[in-house]
Write a protein that binds this ligand. Sequence first.
Ligand code: THG
Length: 288
Amino acid sequence: MSKNLKTTLSFKDKAVDIHRDGPTVMIGERINPTGRKVVLAALQEGNFDLVREDAIKQVEAGATVLDVNAGVPGADEVALLSQVMQEVMSVVDVPLCIDTANPKALEAALKLYDGKALINSVNGEEKSLESVLPLAKEHGAAVIGLCMNDDGIPATPELRLKVAANIIERAGKYGVPVEDVVIDPLAMTMGADHTAGLTTLKTIELIVAEFGVNITMGASNVSFGMPDRKYINAAYMAVAIQAGLTCPITNPLVTEISTAVLATDLSLGRDEFGMNWIKAFRKRKKNQ
Ligand code: THG
């Protein structure tokens, strides 16, 4: 059993620690035109009100890191990602998770960012490793490693572990320490394969046992295509945190999800004196 590693992200003088002994870090997913049509429409009109509003609301609801994606088809992603980040940074002071597959957009984003960002993401493909890892090293950023490569997403936990091992090894060669690699085991929908959730849980357990790294994932992917998704997402969140998930990319505005995270942290002894649970309860009461 490997020891549990700590990833420290920061924005200016504010730091957020991700580790298995502390509270789960919710990475707010909502600033994403690929995932959300309303964000796409707003960005296409050059309207950033929704982005700023989503930033404030997610932090208010307990996100301590925000994912920022500006993938608008046909738009100049280098300029747009930087602008979306500026808008977010003008209203909140949490670390950002920079979600782009475009190395030029990533480089521009890292240049303007003041602190230790989380890059979303690198994968096991040579092209990705070569373009993203040097940027992580140069800017002192942490990086999410997706368990996929040229052959796609491996079907078994053992094969996904191999991809993770390769990413961690290559990161080390580029000078990115293992504690700055956060692995995404890839959550697939149980709507298409009822064992997909279990495969991801087993992948998390294998990777944590071998490397002790932090684990992220798009935690709501598992319920895609199912009715009443929020209940599935909440239950899956709990079992995934137990398996080793430390920083889910999720929607904190869904109360079922954010309360599942807090209740799981309390259940696992990661919420000292239950203060986070009580604080969140008071906030919900106040906003009723
Ligand atoms: N792993 C990593 N990064 C990721 C993902 C992942 N980034 C993107 C995505 N997956 C996680 N982000 C989102 C953002 C928004 C939504 C889902 C995932 C979302 N979806 C609505 C839904 O599913 O119903 C779409 C509805 C709408 O159009 O508004 O809101 O897996 N590393």
